[in-house]
Design a protein around this ligand. Structure first.
Ligand code: DX5
Ligand code: ZN
Length: 231
């Protein structure tokens, strides 16, 4: 079963704890925290303190999505904040193999992400070292953008690569995910769907947003939460 990871970039940060608790209550599986440095992406978002605040607000696994150039220096702060999975970008890490090793040495699960224009084949070598591969379905930096359909083909390619190498690696899609494309993302092979706007800006509130997405993902209301394969 695919998992849902609401992105708190779209949350009302004045009520972050309550919003995160509402996601857990509604059946979300993990919390996605978007970290931006205004260098790798043209936006500045939040830091380890926000991750620590999320840690105090939920028992769900936390995943930090580092849209940051040369992230090695800040990875320890996110591990110390209690983040379970730390995703870095292929495009931002000149020593990606070493960076992935540092994340694992710190006790967190490593993930690697690729932007829309980055071919999936660039992940071939690093896939065996990570617990999650992230396909961006928007150009990173902002919530509320439209889903790029090219992500579906990339999910299928990575699904084949993961199977061909016999790996147990989660496959995540991130950006513009909503009720209209969630089902297609699951069919294409995604095992984790990130959703910001369609959860936190949903008509009817967070609970309605989560429930609607879970339904489109084939998760009946009240179905048991899947065991997170790699966290
Ligand atoms: C974009 C972020 C995404 C984004 C998702 O750079 O990585 O996680 O916040 O938000 P929506 O679902 O609104 O596109
Ligand atoms: Zn993200």
């Amino acid at each position: 079963m695919a998992e849902l990871a609401p992105s708190v970039l779209a949350a009302d940060l004045a009520h972050l704890g309550d919003s995160v608790a509402a996601c857990e209550q509604a059946g979300a599986d993990r919390i996605h925290i978007d970290i931006m440095d205004n260098h790798f992406v043209p936006n500045l978002s939040m830091g380890p303190e926000i991750a620590a605040a999320c840690r105090r607000s939920t028992r769900l696994p936390l995943e930090a999505h580092l849209m940051v150039d040369n992230p090695d220096g800040i990875i320890p702060a996110f591990a110390a904040a209690g983040v379970d999975l730390i995703t870095v970008h292929f495009e931002a890490c000149p020593q990606l193999h070493r960076t992935v090793g540092v994340i694992r040495q710190l006790g967190a699960s490593p993930g690697v992400g690729i932007n829309p224009a980055t071919p999936t084949r660039f992940l071939e070598q690093i896939l065996p070292e990570v617990d999650l591969a992230l396909v961006m379905s928007v150009d990173p930096g902002f919530g509320g953008q439209s889903f790029l359909g090219l992500a579906l083909g990339k999910l299928q390619e990575l699904r084949r690569m993961i199977a061909a190498q016999g790996l147990n690696c989660a496959l995540e899609v991130d950006g513009g995910v909503d009720a209209g494309n969630a089902g297609a993302c699951v069919v294409a092979g995604a095992t984790v769907l990130v959703a910001g706007t369609s959860v936190f800006r949903a008509e009817g509130g967070i609970g309605a947003g989560v429930s609607c997405l879970l339904e489109q993902m084939g998760r009946s209301r009240g179905a048991a939460r899947p065991l997170s394969a790699e966290l």
